[in-house]
Ligand binder design. Structure first.
Ligand code: NAD
Length: 280
């Protein structure tokens, strides 16, 4: 039976991190020790997992990592004071404040306070603007990871009809901009889109970033389409799955990303690249 080629995010992310590690080593020879500071507030278990994996990635790349774990009842002022301190420290290159933050802290205030020069998530309005205009120093980790996967498999978005499902500030919107920058014709679908299945069926490249298991089914996908699954959903049995009904869709697509092992590891690898980019 025909089966899509699996886009191996684990393999590609390993290569990206190996390249980062080489560059880190050459910076260290010059006495520069690239360092990422990660701030976590409260004890959200998913955030804890993400923060631990970022630490591990830094170790793998030979990069320094500093962790600031603050209690749930940290005030916005206290967090702003820490961000300010990290902004001013020469031995800290990248700053990442793990989201979501507790409800009493305004996330926008914190994002706006991070120095755009150290904003490795590329969430600061100045960096978001640069993504829109082109010539950005940092690209948002998940959409940039998707672009790296396409490139690694020789999939050129130029002239292709691309459908991005989801319009969040961290995935859907910047994903659409990055595809547009590579001359794709981009349609962005979201929760108010009418005839979504019809639009997805027209796509040469589909990027699903919805957060709903089995949202994209085989009947919605054109024969030979490239299907990128950004979603991370936890099923009742504890298993992780994406937004794409993998079994069925993989029989129609030409390329497909698995979950886990697709976009997720690439997001982490791009974070390492961005941390290096702070010192370039
Ligand atoms: P979000 O909740 O902020 O956005 C979801 C988007 O889906 C919204 O824009 C909404 O309009 C759209 N949507 C919701 N219901 C819809 C429907 N019925 N039809 C069409 N569109 C609909 O989520 P997000 O932060 O963009 O993340 C999306 C998914 O990607 C989540 O599962 C998240 O866990 C995952 N994610 C994965 C990575 C990674 O590294 N792989 C990184 C970030 C997010």
């Amino acid at each position: 039976m025909k089966m899509a080629q699996i886009i191996d995010g684990k393999l590609i992310s390993k290569k990206v991190k190996e390249d980062v590690a080489k560059e880190v080593a050459s910076y260290k020879e010059k006495g520069i020790n690239p360092t990422l500071a990660v701030v976590i507030v409260g004890d959200n278990p998913a955030s804890r997992v993400y923060v631990n994996s970022k630490k591990k990635d830094c170790e793998e790349c030979g990069m320094g990592s500093l962790e600031y774990a603050m209690p749930e009842d940290t005030t916005e002022e206290e967090l702003l004071a820490l961000v300010n301190e990290l902004n001013n420290r020469d031995d800290v290159n990248g700053i990442l404040v793990q989201l979501p933050l507790p409800k009493h802290i305004n996330e926008d205030s914190i994002i706006n306070a991070i120095s755009p020069e150290k904003d490795v998530d590329a969430f600061h309005p100045q960096n978001v603007g640069r993504i829109m205009l082109g010539g950005a120093k940092f690209l948002p980790c998940t959409p940039a990871g998707v672009m790296e996967l396409l490139d690694a498999y020789g999939i050129d978005p130029q002239g292709k009809d691309c459908v991005v499902i989801g319009r969040s500030n961290i995935v859907g919107k910047p994903m659409a901009l990055l595809l547009l920058a590579r001359n794709a014709t981009v349609t962005v679908c979201h929760s108010k889109t009418q005839n979504l299945a019809e639009k997805v069926r027209n796509a040469d490249i589909v990027v699903a970033a919805v957060g709903r298991a089995n949202f994209v089914t085989a009947d919605m996908v054109k024969e030979g389409a490239v299907v990128i699954d950004v979603g991370i959903n936890r099923l009742e049995n504890g298993k992780l799955c994406g937004d794409v009904e993998f079994e069925g869709v993989s029989k129609k697509a030409s390329f497909i990303t698995p979950v886990p092992g697709g976009v997720g590891p690439m997001t982490r690898a791009v974070l390492m690249k961005n941390t290096l980019a702070t010192i370039k």
